[in-house]
Design a protein around this ligand. Structure first.
Ligand SMILES: C[S@@+](CC[C@H](N)C(=O)[O-])C[C@H]1O[C@@H](n2cnc3c(N)ncnc32)[C@H](O)[C@@H]1O
Length: 274
């Protein structure tokens, strides 16, 4: 299992280096450095009250959303990611923005020890996170262990059903992946370039992913002692996953007119029992 995660880390180190210097500004770097927010409309509308909250952001990548949460009123923010390049970039952005934030390099599965058993008011996880993790039940236990009683999880990610299909040029969707990926038999992908449109190639092109049914995510959280506050499915994504998708808002994409609709993303709010 460690070999899969190590392969992914090399891939993410490459991507983090590219994203931190991305000419397309997909990550809204200038906006965040000026004290603004990189959150999309969807998560901004769902996250709820974060004023005075102590937030840990898992799989924080280059830290821009982490800094944004602080800019939006969180009293303290901690970002965690296993990519040293991502963490170095996040610290650099925090310094440039003049924003107080802590960034920790660790695997999600080691988060509790890496954060010295500290607990938080909120665990924040969004866009492109849980499909990098082989065991969703273990992830949910980490989430619960990081929260104080009454603390909340906000999760927003690509819908597993959306990841099952390959989009064709005519808008047709072809079913290519099963709905549940065994931990020891991940999906293997090879990509020459990252998803931002950057023309600079990736050196480490191989990556492993796992699809987790929404029911597994919910049951994992319930088993870990969390109470479900909401489960929403959305017709929008923050990237063009299929060629037939159209941009309908700032970095908000949905299926083009006349194409069948499927859930493209989902979100969960959950609270740790007191
Ligand atoms: C698509 S990015 C998430 C972007 C994030 N929503 C943001 O705020 O920009 C996925 C991140 O997950 C991290 N990651 C993948 N597997 C991980 C693991 N096992 N432990 C910690 N971080 C991991 C990668 O390094 C990468 O930065």
């Amino acid at each position: 299992m460690d070999d899969y995660l190590e392969t992914n880390r090399f891939n993410w180190d490459d991507r983090a280096g590219l994203h931190a210097t991305d000419p397309t500004d997909r990550y809204r770097i200038e906006r965040v450095l000026a004290g603004g927010s990189s959150l999309h409309a969807l998560e901004a509308s769902e996250i709820g009250d974060i004023a005075d909250k102590d937030i840990v952001h898992l799989q924080c990548h280059i830290g821009l959303d982490t800094l944004s949460l602080r800019h939006l009123g969180a009293v303290s923010v901690t970002g965690l990611d296993f990519s040293p390049i991502a963490i170095a970039s996040a610290r650099d952005f925090a310094r440039k923005a003049g924003t107080e934030a802590r960034f920790v390099e660790a695997s999600v599965y080691d988060a509790v020890a890496a954060l010295e058993n500290r607990t938080y008011d909120m665990v924040y996880v969004t866009w492109g996170a849980i499909h990098w993790l082989p065991d969703i039940f273990r992830w949910a236990r980490v989430v619960a262990d990081l929260l104080r009683p009454g603390g909340r999880l906000y999760l927003l990610d690509g819908h597993p059903q959306m990841f099952q299909y390959k989009g064709e040029g005519d808008g047709h969707l072809t079913l290519i992946h099963g709905w549940r990926t065994p931990a020891d038999a991940p999906l293997l992908f090879e990509e020459t370039h990252t998803y931002t449109g950057d023309e600079r190639p990736l050196i480490h092109q191989r990556m492993y992913e796992w699809l987790h049914p929404v029911s597994d995510v919910v049951n994992a959280l319930l088993q870990a002692g969390m109470r479900l506050d909401f489960l929403n499915e959305h017709e929008v994504l923050t990237w063009r996953h299929y060629p037939g998708m159209i941009e309908t808002g700032e970095e908000q994409f949905e299926q083009g007119p006349g194409l069948p609709r499927i859930p493209l993303s989902f979100s969960i709010g959950a609270t740790k029992a007191a």
